[in-house]
Design a protein. Structure first.
Lengths: 221, 490
């Protein structure tokens, strides 16, 4: 009880205030999570983009300040920044982050309204672009969401038979629709998914499929 | 050589080999029986003594802790009783200085009132009317001889009429005097009342002083018991301390819950100020900042209570001179007010942020963002809560002080209990190890019961043989030494 010393107390108070003030310009650590979503815009799959919008809305509601989100289209040659529809790293201030989310949603809405189908489906190129983006964010948790039937069709002359650098990235295939040929021979579907699984795992990543979009909340678990 | 080879050393047949090994083992145990018994017993004795020593040491520590606890308890009790006595004396002093300091004035008032009443009383006394002086003259005239001239009668008649007039006049005078007296007595009434009131005031003051003196007597009794270190006082203080501990603990728990509510009220808007992604070590800077603000509020509250001399946790503040203390009071109150205002604005900001976030969620889920009519009510509520909670947390100082004081005793009592339990356990373990020694010895003997049985039979036989031998060699009076030659008969 008798140990109270005003000088010590004032020193402690000063340090606390300094900490409090300095925390405003404190150490900016890497954002917690970065998500890159690839949307297949080839052929009839464009009809599924309404569902993709739902996923994006979920992501906007779930991701927080400091997290990064990018949405890109899969077209004939997807290894390009031009295919990124929208990207954002949410601001540290929650109010600004909310505004960014609104703007992001508007961008996606505009894209979905104006999107045109592409003749080829360059999934590998898109994944490569995604891995590059995610590495740049330096996020602790990295996800690639692929909204596609996972049927890759490469333009003649494009080389995509290389190992994907998926180290530390979780790849989630969403709404992998069955093609009419899959219905004839389901092994095609299985083989296609198995092939992607092998490519992702051999690249150092993990692979997951979510076809039931009612379980959308399990995406970022 | 493997263990199997060793096992089959004596024979290729496992059973035979095991039997031989067992026999050897038993023989070995039998040969080493006495030293083994001694070793087991001494080892167990060592363990037992170790436990007993440890138990004794723990008991000594418990005694010391008990002693220290008593001292703390009695010192706290003494201090508390001294404070109570001091407060009672202050009250007595206040009564004396307020009521009895005006005693000379009161006495003067009383004597003035009494004098006035006395004067009025004196004036109101009935003075009998004086007998008229001419009565003797009437008597003399009445004794005169009546000479038929009618002179005497005439004189007497005149006198009679004069007397009548005089009587009427005297009666009027008397009535006037009586009325005056009654008026005086009537005027005395308020003085009487005032006197009664003054006396009842004095009586009340004296009664209050009597009550205070009774309380002081009780406190002094308690104080004397504490000073005498009586067990009754110790028990009373211990019980009081326990009660204080639990009550203050309960209030502190409520205060902690209040603090948590306060924390959640400002943690989110703090992220707007210091950034949601800034970290201080493993913690979010916004959370730490919110926590710092709350702890600062509590600290200011503590100093405020200390400056008001409601609590006595910091003697430095308690012993400050009044001027300095008042400055400190003003300073802490100002800081608290600023912090409360900051918190109130943060609470409002939180509401705005939450509303914005909710609107975004609704938009994202495709619902038209609603604009509730009474949205301002929770906003106001949060603002008021943000302003009031820091002041409410100020009062944490009171239960905190009680908790700190009582916890010294309670922790001591718990420590004593634990030490006592430890001592009992150690003694029990010591006793167990002693009996374990006996059990081990018995188990040892159980393993070698076959040779032991043989030994017993042998001893028995030997004794029987010796006895027979002795009997045979004991010279009987009629046998002489002949029996010795009989040899060693079985």
């Amino acid at each position: 009880m008798n140990n109270f010393q005003p000088r010590r107390f004032l020193t402690a108070l000063l340090i606390t205030c300094t900490l409090l003030l300095s925390s405003g310009c404190g150490e900016q650590v890497a954002p917690g999570r970065a998500v890159y979503m690839l949307m297949d815009t080839s052929g009839t799959y464009t009809q599924q983009l309404q569902k993709a919008q739902m996923i994006i809305n979920y992501l906007l509601g779930t991701l927080d300040s400091g997290d990064s989100l990018a949405v890109a289209r899969i077209d004939s040659g997807s290894f390009s920044e031009k295919d990124i529809v929208a990207k954002v790293t949410f601001d540290n201030r929650p109010s600004v982050a909310t505004s960014q989310k609104r703007e992001f949603r508007n961008q996606i809405d505009r894209f979905v309204k104006t999107v045109k189908g592409s003749p080829y489906t360059d999934i590998s190129g898109g994944m490569l672009q995604a891995a590059e983006y995610l590495d740049e964010t330096g996020a602790g948790k990295r996800n690639i969401l692929i909204f596609s039937d996972m049927k890759e069709e490469i333009k003649k002359g494009h080389k995509r038979d290389f190992e994907l650098p998926m180290d530390g990235i979780e790849v989630i295939a969403l709404n992998v629709t069955k093609l009419s040929s899959d219905n004839i021979d389901p092994r095609e579907y299985m083989a296609r998914l198995d092939e992607w699984n092998k490519r992702v795992v051999s690249g150092g990543g993990t692979w997951r499929i979510i076809n039931d979009l009612d379980r959308v909340e399990t995406i970022l678990n | 050589m493997s263990s199997m080879d060793l096992l089959l050393l004596w024979s290729d047949r496992m059973v035979v080999s095991i039997v031989i090994w067992f026999t050897l083992f038993v023989a070995l145990l039998y040969l080493a029986r006495m030293p083994a018994h001694r070793s087991i017993r001494s080892l167990c004795l060592i363990v037992r003594n170790g436990f007993r020593l440890a138990a004794r040491a723990v008991r000594q520590v418990e005694e010391k802790l008990n002693q220290r606890n008593r001292e703390v308890l009695l010192a706290n009790g003494q201090e508390s009783t001294e404070q109570l006595l001091e407060r009672e004396f202050h009250r007595v002093n206040a009564v004396v200085s307020r009521d009895l300091s005006g005693y000379p004035n009161l006495q003067r008032q009383l004597s003035e009132q009494i004098t006035r009443i006395d004067e009025d009383y004196q004036q109101s006394t009935e003075i009998p009317p004086e007998a008229p002086g001419w009565v003797k003259a009437v008597e003399t005239v009445a004794k005169l001889r009546n000479d038929d001239s009618g002179m005497v009668g005439k004189i007497l008649g005149e006198i009679h009429s004069t007397i009548k007039k005089s009587q009427v006049s005297a009666l009027n005078e008397y009535r006037k005097a009586s009325a005056k007296r009654h008026l005086l007595l009537k005027n005395m009434m308020p003085y009487w009342r005032k006197l009664t009131q003054t006396l009842s005031d004095v009586d009340r003051s004296i009664k209050g002083l009597e009550d205070r003196s009774q309380v002081i007597d009780q406190q002094m009794d308690q104080y004397e018991k504490i000073r005498a270190r009586s067990p009754q006082a110790e028990r009373t203080l211990s019980s009081s301390s326990m009660t204080q501990f639990f009550i203050s603990g309960l209030v502190l728990t409520i205060a902690i819950v209040g603090g948590i509510v306060n924390y959640y009220l400002i943690a989110l808007p703090m992220s707007e100020m210091v950034g949601a992604n800034s970290m201080l070590g493993p913690f979010r800077a916004s959370n730490v900042a919110a926590l710092v603000i709350i702890t600062l509020e509590i600290a200011m509250g503590l100093f405020l209570m200390e400056s008001l001399r409601i609590t006595h946790m910091f003697p430095v503040i308690g012993t400050m001179d009044d001027k300095m203390r008042k400055r400190m009071l003003l300073m802490t109150f100002t800081l608290l007010l600023i912090l409360a205002s900051v918190e109130s604005s943060l609470a409002f900001m939180r509401d705005l942020l939450a509303a914005d976030r909710e609107a975004l969620r609704q938009t994202l889920s495709g619902i038209q963002a609603a604009n509730p009519e009474f949205r301002w009510i929770p906003s106001m509520g949060q603002m008021i809560m943000g302003f009031v909670l820091p002041f409410a947390l100020t009062f944490v100082a009171i239960p905190l002080e009680s908790f700190v004081h009582s916890s010294r005793t309670v922790i001591g009592v718990c420590g004593i209990g634990l030490l006592r339990l430890l001592a009992i356990t150690l003694r029990y373990l010591g006793s167990m190890s002693y009996h374990l020694g006996n059990t081990l010895v018995n188990l040892y003997d159980l393993l070698i019961f076959i040779p032991l049985r043989f030994e017993e039979l042998f001893v028995h036989y030997s004794k029987g043989s010796k006895n027979t031998h002795k009997k045979q060699h004991t010279p009987k009076p009629n046998q002489g030494n002949n029996t010795y030659e009989g040899g060693h008969g079985l």
